[in-house]
Design a protein around this ligand. Structure first.
Ligand code: BTN
Length: 264
């Protein structure tokens, strides 16, 4: 069946791949010339090596959405990370079209989407440099729990089905996600990151609250002030001290994160 995608986007459909991000990167490497992979979407019904952030596995059974959008935005590497926030806005806008009105949809830094406090979607942004000295291609990988969700994560998860969207099919969610991504991408290109940043902050979980941030070599507690113009988390440690965090895991429930640390 013909799918309704925004102009300029093309779709590659697979029953199963290792990871749509990997497939997208293979495509970039195979084409290496010209711009003809720009806005190609790699969509798979299932993945057998789905990847999450920080080297985690992303459970990928049939029934959920797994896609990667290939972009060549011709921007500096630092700027490219802004696109994970663009993708987060797109996911929220798309998912809210299906959710019951009373569902609370929030962003969790850096790029998760929560509904009623449970993770429903994640984003994995990867850079593929094929020409030395250029910022290269960008792969925006998106996973949405439509019918199923894993029960054994560090963070509670949910799915659209669990939230009452029983009759939804993955194709409908896919179309909404790509269409919303296109809208938000245009906003980012035409109006800049500050508009994106403000929209993200308006629905971000934990702003103004004490949070715990787990980094590879340390763990920090402080007040989550905002995100800056690079998308870094601005953490106030007290006594006027500020730490900018560019990667890590955020915990809102301080008691839970302390227990987790104690049991490692
Ligand atoms: C995370 O929350 O840790 C990010 C999850 C990203 C999962 C998506 S599914 C489509 C794409 N292919 C992958 O292997 N990962 C991303």
């Amino acid at each position: 069946m013909e799918r309704k995608l925004p102009e300029d986007y093309s779709l590659l459909v697979f029953d199963n791949v290792d990871s749509t991000n990997e497939e997208a990167k293979r495509l970039i490497r195979a084409k290496m010339h010209g711009e003809d992979s720009e806005k190609t979407v790699v969509w798979a019904k299932s993945q057998n090596s789905g990847r999450g952030r920080q080297g985690r596995k992303w459970s990928s059974p049939t029934g959920n959405l797994y896609l990667s959008i290939i972009l060549n935005p011709d921007s500096k590497i630092e700027i490219l990370s802004q696109l994970s926030f663009v993708a987060a806005l797109a996911l929220k806008a798309a998912i809210e079209k299906f959710l019951p009105k009373d569902a609370v949809c929030e962003y969790k830094w850096p790029n998760d989407l929560l509904v009623n406090g449970c993770k429903i979607a994640g984003i994995l942004l990867e850079n593929e440099v094929v020409k030395k000295g250029s910022s290269g291609w960008l792969v925006v990988g998106v996973g949405v729990n439509v019918k199923k969700f894993p029960k054994n994560l560090d963070i509670a998860a949910t799915s659209l089905k669990e939230l009452g969207c029983e009759d939804l099919n993955v194709e409908d969610v896919m179309e909404e996600v790509i269409s919303s991504f296109n809208d938000k991408f245009e906003v980012w290109k035409n109006e800049g990151f500050d508009v994106v940043r403000k929209e993200w902050l308006a629905s971000a979980r934990g702003i103004g609250e004490e949070i715990n941030v787990s980094l590879p070599k340390e763990s920090l507690s402080g007040v989550f002030k905002e995100i800056n113009h690079n998308g870094e988390l601005v953490l106030s440690l007290g006594g006027g001290k500020i730490r900018l965090i560019s990667g890590g895991e955020v915990f809102f429930d301080l008691k839970e994160s302390r227990q987790k640390k104690a049991s490692v």
